[in-house]
Every structure is written in C-alpha cells, then in structure tokens.
Design a protein around this ligand. Structure first.
Ligand SMILES: C[S@@+](CC[C@H](N)C(=O)[O-])C[C@H]1O[C@@H](n2cnc3c(N)ncnc32)[C@H](O)[C@@H]1O
Length: 248
C-alpha cells in the first residue's frame, strides 16, 4: 500500500471473519448500504462485473463470497481509497483489475460493451454545503466529482446488450433516477425499498436495470426492514442473516 500511516487505518474482520478489510479511522467508511446492495445483486451466469466507485472494495469482497465464476473489475477516483482497496484485495486473495480513474472519463478507460454486470453505490447526496469531517468522505457521499447520472452513463457505456446494472440510492431520488435510467435505455426491472423500521417511510431503494430491455414486467420486491424498532437499533432477522453468512 502506498504509505498511508498504519495508525490511520484499522483492520476490520467482517461476515464472521470471512473477509477482512482496512478502513481509515477518519475518512470514508463503508456502511450497511454497501452490504444491502451486494446482497441485492442477483447473478446466474459467468461474466465480467465492475464496481464503479470501488471505495475500499467491500462490495467486490462480499460478492466474491457468493460468486465464484465472475471476473472482478473496479474503478475508483480517490488515490487513498484505491490504494486501500488494492491492499484489501491482496490480503483477501481476490483477483481484481482495479483502475484509478473518473467515471466521467469512462470512454478513455475501457472499451464499450465490455461488461455483463455493473454495480454502483454512488455518492447520492446533492451538493448541500454540508460539512464533512474529511474531503474524502465528502467526495464519497456528495455529488462532488460525479453525479448519479454520470454513474448511469458510465454503466450504460460499459454494459453489453441485456447487461445488468445494480445500484442503491436515496428514495427521494427515485423518480429522477428511473427517469434517467429509462432515457439511457437502462430499463428498471427489479426494485426493493429499504425502510429503517416497519412503520417508517422508505429512505433508500435498490434497483436492477437491464440495458436495452423492453419496458414493463418489473418486480417490486417486499420491503427490506433494517431495524426491529427505532430505539434499540437492533437489526431485523433478515439483515442479521445477511451479516452473519453472506453466502447464499
Ligand atoms: C458511497 S461511496 C461507495 C464506496 C464503495 N463502493 C462502498 O460501497 O463502500 C462512493 C465512491 O465513489 C467514488 N467516486 C466519487 N466520484 C467518482 C468518480 N468521478 N469516478 C470514480 N469514482 C468516484 C468515491 O470516491 C467513493 O469511493
């Protein structure tokens, strides 16, 4: 790893030690969003999969537990995160072709129609002027260096015909996202809404789109409830199960 002081990093065992990964103590740290997106990915054949905005690599590490027949690729713009992800793939013995680069420059980085699957947990907050502890976290969470649309456009460019795009985003950006997807011919085929508790409105959604598919036939899955109640913040059985044994 290009020398990030070890004291800035901590090594976290995850999924009962099935994977381990370095994260900065201060900076961008993955959240349950990445885990729920990886769990939502649904693949039944071999192929090439790319994670746009790889961060520290959590999504690819999780997917590698479930899918043994995929070729993994990643693209990350922030040098520190890129270096940490490289190290995380190395210590978990996962082969990933990871590039340092910008989704907006996708045409200079990859050939068109190369991938069967694209996964993205993009920065999904619009620019608000909100203060973040670090610039790294801001770039990861707020549309600073790329918008959701830039991620969708990159996904569309990279995917083969009928390739699948999986993404998580905020529920208050649902219509905007679907509208952009349809314009780009990334046709939404499966949606799942995430709710903090059973009585609260949805905060996030998971979406699967298929490039150049026909409209209609979409599946709205049962809601994904995070916590048993808003006070205790104890995860529901479904989320606990995902966290305990990521394998299917
Ligand atoms: C919400 S984080 C997700 C990181 C990781 N996939 C995860 O789930 O923990 C968004 C990631 O996108 C990266 N990113 C932001 N703008 C980008 C751009 N223009 N090109 C490539 N990656 C970008 C950020 O640096 C960050 O790592």
């Amino acid at each position: 790893m290009q020398k990030l002081q070890d004291k800035e990093l901590e090594l976290i065992p995850f999924i009962r030690g099935a994977i381990k990964l370095y994260q900065k103590k201060k900076g961008y740290r993955f959240s349950i969003d990445s885990v729920l997106l990886a769990d939502f990915v649904n693949i039944r054949k071999k192929g090439k999969l790319i994670d746009l905005g790889t961060g520290t690599g959590i999504i690819l590490l999780l997917l590698s537990l479930r899918y043994k027949n995929l070729e993994f690729y990643g693209l990350e713009i922030q040098k520190d995160l890129y270096n940490i992800a490289k190290e995380n793939f190395k210590i978990n013995k996962l082969e990933v072709d990871l590039k340092l680069g910008d989704v907006k420059e996708i045409k200079n980085l990859y050939k068109e129609n190369l991938f069967d699957f694209v996964v993205a947990n993009p920065p999904f907050h619009k620019k608000t002027g909100k203060k973040y502890t670090t610039e790294e976290e801001k770039i990861a969470k707020e549309e600073t260096l790329a918008t959701v649309e830039d991620f969708l456009k990159a996904g569309k460019y990279l995917l083969k015909d009928r390739g699948k795009f999986f993404m998580i985003n905020k529920s208050d950006r649902l219509i905007e996202t679907i509208h952009k997807c349809v314009i780009l011919k990334l046709i939404p085929k499966r949606l799942r809404f995430i709710h903090p508790t059973v009585n609260e409105k949805s905060t996030h959604f998971l979406i699967e789109c298929v490039k150049n598919a026909k409209l209609s036939g979409e599946i709205i899955e049962k809601p994904l409830i995070l916590y048993k109640d808003s006070k205790s913040k104890i995860y529901t059985q479904e989320v606990e199960k995902i966290l305990n044994e990521f394998r299917r």
